[in-house]
Design a protein around this ligand. Structure first.
Ligand code: NI
Length: 182
């Protein structure tokens, strides 16, 4: 967890674990009426993400069906928080890249996912300013993974049915064992 005075202290939120209907639901765009809710939500999403710990979190994962994403890849172990409101992929490379992905909503589960190697994303930042971010490598995978969450898509949806079911069954079994304290 980064010790950074710029990040306001906020309470964490419970993270939804798959399978959950909210994780499969498309989130709605943030509008002017959501201002107060989003201002309250963003620091709590960062607190939740850092505590997990994770490098990306989408609002549906904390039971808010709004198009809000927080990302921090912590380059050189320094915080670099990125807030994306209403993010949209406006360009994606033909070239694909495969990386191992995990997800805070599928704890302990990892699989190789193939996606466009480079993407450009348009979004509003936490002040409402229009911005663009372009990236490859981990950032490209993370942007696509988190934007997928806003459309009710999990990384397992990019896998074969066989692999997806294997992961979901293993997760269900591990969650059951955890609940039973085994
Ligand atoms: Ni995820």
């Amino acid at each position: 967890m980064p010790d950074d005075a710029r990040l306001p202290a906020a309470e964490t939120l419970p993270i939804l674990i798959a399978p959950h209907a909210t994780l499969k639901t498309k989130a709605r765009a943030v509008g002017p009426a959501d201002d107060a809710a989003v201002r309250d939500l963003i620091p709590r999403m960062f607190a939740t993400m850092y505590a997990a710990p994770g490098i990306g979190l989408a609002a549906p994962q904390v039971d808010r069906l709004l198009r809000v994403v927080t990302i921090d890849l912590m380059p050189n172990d320094k915080p670099a928080p990125l807030t994306l409101i209403n993010p949209e992929i406006v360009a994606a490379s033909q070239e694909l890249a495969t990386r191992e992905e995990g997800c805070l909503s599928l704890p302990g589960q990892y699989a190789d996912v193939t996606r466009p190697a480079r993407v450009k994303v348009r979004y509003l930042d936490e002040t409402g300013a229009r911005r663009e971010v372009e990236g490859d490598g981990l950032l490209a995978a993370c942007l696509q993974h988190e934007i997928d969450h806003l459309d009710g898509v999990l990384f397992t949806d990019h896998l074969s049915a066989l692999k997806r079911n294997m992961i979901l069954r293993r997760l269900a079994k591990e969650q059951r064992q955890k609940r039973e304290g085994r």
